[in-house]
Write a protein that binds this ligand. Structure first.
Ligand SMILES: Cc1cc2nc3c(=O)[nH]c(=O)nc-3n(C[C@H](O)[C@H](O)[C@H](O)COP(=O)(O)OP(=O)(O)OC[C@H]3O[C@@H](n4cnc5c(N)ncnc54)[C@H](O)[C@@H]3O)c2cc1C
Length: 408
């Protein structure tokens, strides 16, 4: 059987490794539009700061080791499901028996002028290299970043590490609004400011301005901010151009069933390109985080290897590594009850719905994250544990057992 995987991000890599673990015979072809071996987007900043190649998370020998026919710089322009054939951008075609769409996402920038040359993003390694090249050649000393979501924060911190003066504008009244509650976001904001990032909340960008090349950002309030580098970090959008004319059902992302099959026979999809139900709320949307991509790739891989595996739903979780103080946010950031504890600069906030843990935010000591996540997944009644959850020792060996045992 010939399995073609379009995209070499975490979803595609995880699918390939899972298939190979169970099926030594399948021919696996992996196509990447980019000229690199598989890389981890969250590790890009470290790569540019330390010079290490840890972003090449599977190592240089990976395709050979697992027996994947890896083709770099090959972009799929169209899928023909009836013919089981792909049209490639270079004019060639490629047949498949089974197809996995793992094309990930790209910048979504609903700001006028964002498609102009001179507007950068941090969504791919090639895009990130273009930014860093300007800084290293000393052509850029100042930057304006539009958006303070988690990708915006990563690039802001990287630029500060590289000695760039950074203004970051955010239209909302907090940073990282999709991930952090207001209390945790306030701490993250202070940490950003301590690093010298000039974060301006409640500040909306109206347009990128320039003739042939963007030179500044016009704010809704009228002012224009000019800088050597302009970066849009306003959100992400699934890469779906290749679906044009294929009839494969999609809205914002690709629609899949509970086995991650698309509406076309023999075609599966995984990662940032798909819409899946949220594990906690059932709400269907794109859950664009690394662990979801890996898990979806694993489920697709198992189904292609002949198993019958249902996808349980997307998780919401993220951690911030570069702020100097660990922050971890998992699940929902609202509930019918909020319980909060502060100690020695650490902050723990937990959210409950009908006495079930549905989310938590940890600042400082994040060692309890694993056990708390397990409690969310189990969906059990945590009423008797509620205040133990705020205890800094919760999550460490005996403490967990002592807290749970009487009620288990
Ligand atoms: C800077 C940054 C930091 C992040 N930090 C975190 C973090 O801390 N924690 C976390 O959980 N998540 C993080 N994420 C998100 C995480 O990286 C993504 O959720 C994950 O990479 C999605 O994996 P994927 O395989 O679906 O897609 P991607 O990683 O986007 O890979 C898709 C690949 O498909 C290729 N492709 C697209 N279209 C085609 C085509 N037509 N033909 C051939 N190839 C194609 C693309 O070039 C790309 O290489 C971060 C993302 C970025 C950009």
């Amino acid at each position: 059987m010939k399995i073609v995987i379009v995209g070499a991000g975490p979803a595609g890599v995880s699918a390939a490794e899972t298939i190979r673990a169970y099926d030594r015979q399948a021919k696996i072809v992996m196509l990447s539009a980019e000229p690199y071996l598989p890389y981890s987007p969250p590790a890009m900043a470290d790569h540019f700061i330390t010079g290490s190649n840890s972003h090449l998370w599977r190592g240089k020998g990976w395709p050979k080791q697992i027996g994947v026919d890896y083709r770099k710089g090959v972009e799929v322009s169209q899928i023909e499901p009836e013919a089981h054939r792909l049209q490639l951008k270079d004019g060639k075609t490629l047949k498949y028996d089974r197809l996995i769409i793992a094309t990930g996402s790209r910048l979504y920038a609903p700001v006028e002028g964002s498609d102009m040359p001179g507007v950068h993003n941090f969504k791919s390694l090639s895009a990130a290299e273009a930014i860093v090249a300007q800084i290293k050649s000393k052509k850029a000393r100042t930057a304006v970043i539009v958006g303070a979501g988690f990708i915006g924060m990563e690039i802001a911190l990287l630029l500060r590490e590289l000695g760039v003066d950074v203004i970051q504008v955010e239209m909302l009244d907090q940073v990282m609004s999709s991930m952090l509650d207001k209390d945790t976001a306030a701490i993250a904001l202070h940490l950003m400011q301590d690093r010298g990032v000039d974060v301006r909340l409640n500040t909306k960008a109206k347009a990128f301005l320039g003739k042939r090349k963007a030179k500044g950002v016009q704010l809704s309030a009228g002012k224009v901010l000019e800088a050597d580098i302009l970066i849009a970090a306003t959100g992400v959008k699934p890469n779906l151009d290749l679906l044009e004319g294929s009839g494969i059902e999609h809205k914002w992302g690709i629609r899949v069933d509970d086995h991650l099959r698309t509406s076309a026979a023999d075609i599966y999809a995984a990662g940032d390109a798909v819409e899946v139900p949220d594990r906690l709320t059932g709400e269907v949307s794109v859950h664009a985080i690394f662990p979801n991509a890996v898990e979806q790739g694993r489920v697709v891989g198992l189904n292609l290897a002949g198993y019958d595996v249902r996808y349980e739903g997307g998780d919401r979780m993220n951690s911030l590594k570069h702020l100097g103080l660990p922050i971890m946010a998992v699940g929902l950031k609202e509930g019918d009850e909020k319980v909060q504890g502060k100690q020695n600069g650490d902050l723990r906030t937990i959210y409950l719905k009908e006495n079930r843990l549905v989310g938590f935010q940890l600042v400082g000591d994040i060692r309890a994250a694993g056990i708390m996540r397990t409690l969310i997944m189990q969906g059990s009644d945590v009423r008797p544990l509620k205040h133990h959850l705020l205890d800094p020792n919760f999550g460490q060996g005996m403490m967990v057992w002592q807290a749970i045992a009487p009620y288990a």
